[in-house]
Design a binder for this molecule. Structure first.
Ligand code: SF4
Length: 279
């Protein structure tokens, strides 16, 4: 799907502000922080971006057509958190701009779903609670239920997946989308394939006769599953998970190959489900 963005499940990214503060272990190797360091931004100070960036969703080509085409998907705040407290003064303005493009699908992802100022979002909005392990999922996922107020779609972004996760049954009742991805970057930790399979299988069969939930496998991240011999032969690093998901002994081997080489095949195929947007 990606066109102007490298993220697999969106066409565009839009950053009305940049910078954040860490809230949990999933923030330890934050890509937004790495980006800010590379480009000389102070990550710890949340900064409003320039007017040209704000106007990106409304930009038109010479023929007068929107550059971001109707139906395109826009992931908001890849370099911050939409509900960071420091962005409170700007959020209504951001919503106002989003409402001028109700033909786009907007994705709002947060590790702060306890700050639900969502009523002004356009109807074609996907709200994602981001969680990295069972503890954060149990705390954040239930807060998404109140996001129905604006008619949007609710999903879980399990990224970076840092431990085994079981989606609670009462969440499976209403969740509309589940994304899973491993960590990338120089300090990335490996993700056990069995953790991903368990979530995929829950989405395939949520139990009690429910319909399958859309499942999107975004990436392995820096580490990929491979044979023991291949993993051991790599000078760049390898690890092994036991059947209980714990390191260092076991039969599941991972090697550090980099995000691009690791790819996004799970058991020989991609998983690219997207939720149905009805509004
Ligand atoms: S909430 Fe997101 S953007 Fe903010 S520090 Fe954590 S991972 Fe980075």
């Amino acid at each position: 799907m990606a066109t102007n963005s490298k993220i697999e499940w969106t066409e565009h990214t839009w950053n009305p502000w940049i910078g954040c503060t860490k809230v949990s272990v999933g923030c330890d190797h934050c890509c937004a922080e790495a980006w800010c360091k590379r480009w000389g931004h102070d990550f710890d100070i949340v900064t409003r971006t320039n007017p040209a960036t704000w106007r990106q969703p409304l930009a038109k080509d010479r023929q007068g057509n929107y550059k971001w085409k109707p139906g395109d998907t826009v992931f908001v705040n890849t370099l911050s958190d939409f509900w960071h407290p420091s962005s409170d003064p700007w959020r209504d303005e951001a919503y106002g701009l989003m409402r001028q493009r109700p033909d786009l699908t907007w994705i709002l992802c947060t590790k702060r779903p306890e700050r639900p100022s969502y009523h002004s979002a356009p109807r074609r909005t996907i709200f994602l609670a981001s969680a990295e392990n069972q503890e954060t999922l149990d705390a954040r996922a239930p807060l998404l239920i109140s996001f129905t107020a604006c008619g949007g779609v609710r999903g879980l972004s399990i990224e970076p997946m840092l431990g085994p996760i079981i989606i609670p049954d009462k969440i499976l009742e209403w969740i509309d989308w589940v994304i899973v991805g491993g960590e990338s970057g120089p300090h990335a930790v490996p993700m056990n394939p069995d953790w991903v399979r368990a979530v995929r299988d829950q989405c395939r069969d949520p139990g009690q006769g429910r319909a399958p939930r859309p499942f999107f496998f975004k990436q392995w991240g820096a580490w990929a599953p491979m044979s023991r011999d291949e993993a051991l032969s790599r000078g760049t690093g390898c690890c092994a998970f036991g059947s209980d998901g714990k390191k260092p002994f076991g039969s599941v081997h991972m090697g550090r190959v980099g995000k691009k080489a690791a790819g996004r095949l799970l058991d020989g195929r991609t998983h690219d489900d997207f939720p149905i947007i009805t509004s």
